[in-house]
Design a protein around this ligand. Structure first.
Ligand code: GLN
Length: 193
């Protein structure tokens, strides 16, 4: 049976995730309404603008159904704004998140002067070589509980990728490069369920 992954398509960089999943042989379905969560094996929350996405999740009645999807054991991958929305705590963010991972996240952590950059990350979970990561107005993980495994750090030590059980959050955009290992890692979590 083909793995079926939903991609939250309220706003942001969702189309690129579909292409990557297709290349890995998974079925990708876009999700905008709660009813579209039925029958999914996992979900990706893409990058974009977390404030807009949080508001739209509220308007479309998605906050509780998405929380339940994770509580029912469906793996999730959040990239950039997706990571912000999966965090239990976001600094200076007056809007609801899904509150799924025991992390505190700082938005736009690299300031306005460095809007975007790329970095080669050592990600032991993905093996060698290092992973070329694209950061766009990216957040960082400010704090994480002992239940959270930090998967990657910037050279200065800032955590930028984390896993807690079947939940995966990365501050960068793995869908923008041809290296498919982060998505494959996610699909392996889905397949092992
Ligand atoms: N800066 C955005 C936010 O705070 C995230 C940027 C991104 O997803 N590339 O939501």
């Amino acid at each position: 049976m083909r793995i079926r992954i939903g991609i939250l398509a309220l706003q942001g960089a969702f189309a690129e995730h579909s292409q990557v999943l297709g290349r890995l042989g998974a079925e990708a379905v876009t999700v905008r309404l709660p009813g579209e969560l039925t029958g999914l094996d996992g979900l990706i929350i893409p990058g974009g603008e977390s404030t807009t996405m949080s508001r739209l999740m509220g308007e479309y009645g998605l906050l509780q159904p998405l929380r339940e999807l994770a509580e029912n054991g469906r793996p999730m991958l959040g990239t950039c704004a997706g990571m912000i929305l999966m965090a239990k705590s976001v600094l200076d963010f007056g809007l609801p998140t899904l509150g799924l991972m025991d992390i505190t996240v700082r938005r736009n952590a690299f300031g306005s002067q460095v809007d975007s950059f790329e970095a080669d990350l050592e990600v032991p979970a993905l093996g060698h070589p290092s992973f070329r990561a694209v950061f766009i107005r990216a957040p960082v993980i400010q704090q994480a509980s002992a239940a959270v495994e930090i998967l990657a750090r910037l050279p200065d030590g800032k955590p930028v990728a984390a896993r807690q059980g079947k939940l995966l959050a990365v501050a960068f955009h793995p869908e923008l490069k041809s290296d498919l290992r982060m998505h494959r890692y996610f699909l392996d979590i889905v397949a092992s369920r």
